[in-house]
Ligand binder design. Structure first.
Ligand SMILES: [Zn+2]
Length: 316
C-alpha cells in the first residue's frame, strides 16, 4: 500500500457557477460521498488546504489577468473573459485555495510524507492561458505546480499527463518552449471537441520541440484506442524522458456517460491509466505523483472513475 494524500474540502464547493453549469459544486459532493462510502477517504492522509503564495501564481499568470479576475469577483460579475467561465464573489479566493492545495500536495510528496496524492479541487485549471481564462478554468494549478518543482527543487524533467477529454491548451502553451516539461495530452479531436487545439503537429517549439505530445482521438474512440495510444507512443516517449515527477491533469470527461464529449471510455480505463503512470513514477521518479481533478460532468461516472483512480494510487 502506498501512502496516498487526499485533498478535499467543502470550501471548494463555494465557487458558484450558476444553476445550469456543468462545472458545479455537486461534482465534488459526489466524489466526497463516494470516497467516504468506499473507505477511500479513511485510507488516505489528509492534505492541507491553504491559499497559495501569489508569487508562485505570477510565474504562470500575468499580473494584469490576476488583477482583472480579482476585480471581476469583487464587482460581482458573473463570468471572466468568456461566458462559460462563470465566477462568483468568492471564486478568486477559492482558486487561490485550489492552487495552494496542489502545492501542499506536491510538498507532501517531495518531503516524503506521502508517496502520491489526489487533489479533488475546483475550479479546474488546464485551459487557463497566461493572460486569460478559458473553459471554466481560473488558475492553471498544474502549470503552477510544475513550475514550482522546477524552481524550488531544481528538477530537470517533469511529466504532465493530461487525460481530460479537452486539450490542455493553457498548460501546453505555458511549457511549449521548455524541454524540462514533457506535456502529453489525450483528448477529443480538435476538429470536433473544445477548445479546437491539440493537433498531432503541435509538438513544442524552439528548445521545447518534441516535448509536447498530442494524441487527438476521433469519436467514437474508446478504451482500445486510448490504451493503444499509451502502449504505442506515450509510454515509450515517457520512458525516454525519464520524468523525475509525474503530474496528472485528471479529467474524467472522456467517460462514455459524460455529456460534454462524444468519447467512450469505461471507468476501468482510468484505473488502467493510473496503474501505468504509477509504474512510470516508480521506475523514474521514486513514485512521486500528484493528480489534480480537471473535468468530469456525469456525477456517477465521475465518482466511480475518481474512486478507482485513487484506489489504484493507494494500491501503488
Ligand atoms: Zn474537460
Amino acid at each position: 500500500m502506498a501512502r496516498t494524500g487526499l485533498a478535499q474540502d467543502e470550501r471548494f464547493q463555494r465557487h458558484l457557477t450558476g444553476p445550469h453549469h456543468p462545472e458545479r459544486p455537486a461534482r465534488l459532493a459526489a466524489i466526497s460521498k463516494a470516497f467516504d462510502e468506499r473507505g477511500i477517504a479513511q485510507a488516505c492522509s489528509g492534505i492541507d488546504v491553504s491559499r497559495i503564495d501569489m508569487d508562485l501564481v505570477r510565474r504562470i499568470h500575468s499580473q494584469a489577468y490576476l488583477d482583472r479576475l480579482r476585480q471581476a469577483c469583487k464587482d460581482g460579475l458573473s463570468c471572466i473573459d468568456v461566458p462559460d467561465s462563470e465566477i462568483c464573489r468568492e471564486s478568486y479566493e477559492i482558486a487561490q485555495l485550489a492552487a495552494g492545495t496542489v502545492i501542499n500536495a506536491v510538498e507532501g510528496v517531495m518531503a516524503g510524507g506521502v508517496d502520491n496524492a489526489f487533489c479533488a479541487v475546483r475550479p479546474p485549471g488546464h485551459h487557463t492561458e497566461r493572460d486569460r481564462s478559458m473553459g471554466f478554468c481560473l488558475f492553471n494549478s498544474i502549470a503552477i505546480a510544475a513550475q514550482h518543482v522546477i524552481d524550488k527543487y531544481g528538477l530537470e524533467r517533469v511529466l504532465i499527463l493530461d487525460w481530460d477529454v479537452h486539450h490542455g491548451n493553457g498548460t501546453q502553451h505555458n511549457f511549449e518552449e521548455d524541454p524540462r516539461v514533457l506535456f502529453v495530452s489525450l483528448h477529443g479531436h480538435p476538429s470536433i471537441v473544445y477548445p479546437g487545439t491539440g493537433h498531432e503537429f503541435e509538438r513544442g517549439r524552439g528548445e521545447g520541440d518534441g516535448y509536447t505530445i498530442n494524441r487527438p482521438m476521433l469519436p467514437p474512440s474508446g478504451d482500445e484506442e486510448w490504451r493503444r495510444a499509451f502502449d504505442d507512443t506515450i509510454l515509450p516517449a515517457i520512458d525516454g524522458f525519464r520524468p523525475q515527477f509525474v503530474l496528472i491533469s485528471a479529467g474524467f470527461d472522456a467517460h462514455k456517460l459524460d455529456p460534454l464529449a462524444p468519447l467512450e471510455l469505461d471507468t476501468e480505463t482510468y484505473g488502467w491509466m493510473t496503474d501505468e503512470l504509477v509504474a512510470v513514477a516508480k521506475i523514474h521518479a521514486a513514485g512521486r505523483l500528484v493528480s489534480i481533478l480537471e473535468g468530469g460532468y456525469h456525477l456517477d461516472a465521475l465518482a466511480d472513475s475518481a474512486s478507482l483512480h485513487v484506489t489504484r494510487l493507494l494500491d501503488a
